[in-house]
Design a protein around this ligand. Structure first.
Ligand SMILES: [Zn+2]
Ligand SMILES: [Zn+2]
Ligand SMILES: [Zn+2]
Ligand SMILES: [Zn+2]
Ligand SMILES: [Zn+2]
Ligand SMILES: [Zn+2]
Length: 207
């Protein structure tokens, strides 16, 4: 369930104007997390400033199954900061700019949108049991890539059947079988958002 928010909102990243929720099929770059978006966004029409709906309202502190040891803090990485190293999202492995969640103790970083991924989901390739999203450090063969891609990435797993699909490989599957997912091709370059939408689409198959 999306957090309840009043509309318009004020946001730290755009202090001079309020932002209103706006729905359009055009793509935009979220000024919060710097990843692409499509559809609903918080927008300042004067400045052409867009935020994902979630990036506009996500909490300063978050407890998530993605990192159950500690709560995560919302922080901002400035575009021209001193840090030379690229920050990588621990869940989707894409780079992080701008707004993200961090556990300082563990140096665990995650995109705000990646925290929307559900802990369990259903997949047509394994209809018997729900799959759990987890980080699994032991190398297991993914049913889609058969070990061809990063064996240490986050995966959806059924422990009962020893069945694994990498998060990235779920996207490959949806490209190949886009008809049953009902997701059109043009939004496939939207990395994080598409993962969230993909799992929502997968869930719909079971309604
Ligand atoms: Zn965003
Ligand atoms: Zn503005
Ligand atoms: Zn991510
Ligand atoms: Zn931690
Ligand atoms: Zn794989
Ligand atoms: Zn199973």
């Amino acid at each position: 369930m999306a957090p309840f928010h009043k509309n318009p909102i004020q946001h730290l990243l755009h202090p001079n104007h309020s932002l209103t929720l706006f729905d359009s099929n055009t793509k935009y770059v979220c000024e919060g997390c710097k990843t692409l978006g499509i559809g609903k966004r918080f927008n300042c029409p004067e400045c052409d400033f867009d935020l994902h709906e979630y990036c506009g309202t996500c909490p300063m502190n978050l407890s998530s199954f993605l990192h159950s040891y500690h709560s995560l803090k919302l922080v901002t990485r400035m575009p021209h900061g001193n840090r030379q190293l690229d920050r990588i999202c621990n869940v989707c492995c894409d780079s992080i700019e701008g707004l993200f969640y961090r556990c300082n103790t563990c140096e665990f970083d995650v995109h705000p949108l990646c925290t929307l991924l559900p802990q369990t989901l259903r997949h047509v390739l394994h209809e018997e049991h729900p799959l759990r999203l987890l980080s699994f450090s032991e190398s297991r063969t993914c049913v889609i890539c058969k070990g061809a891609c990063n064996a240490f990435s986050w995966r959806c797993r059924c422990a009962l059947c020893d069945f694994d699909i990498h998060m990235e490989c779920m996207l490959v599957q949806c490209k190949k079988q886009k008809t049953w997912l009902g997701i059109s091709n043009h939004i496939h370059n939207i990395n994080v958002l598409i993962m969230v939408e993909l799992v929502e689409e997968l869930e719909k198959l079971y309604l």
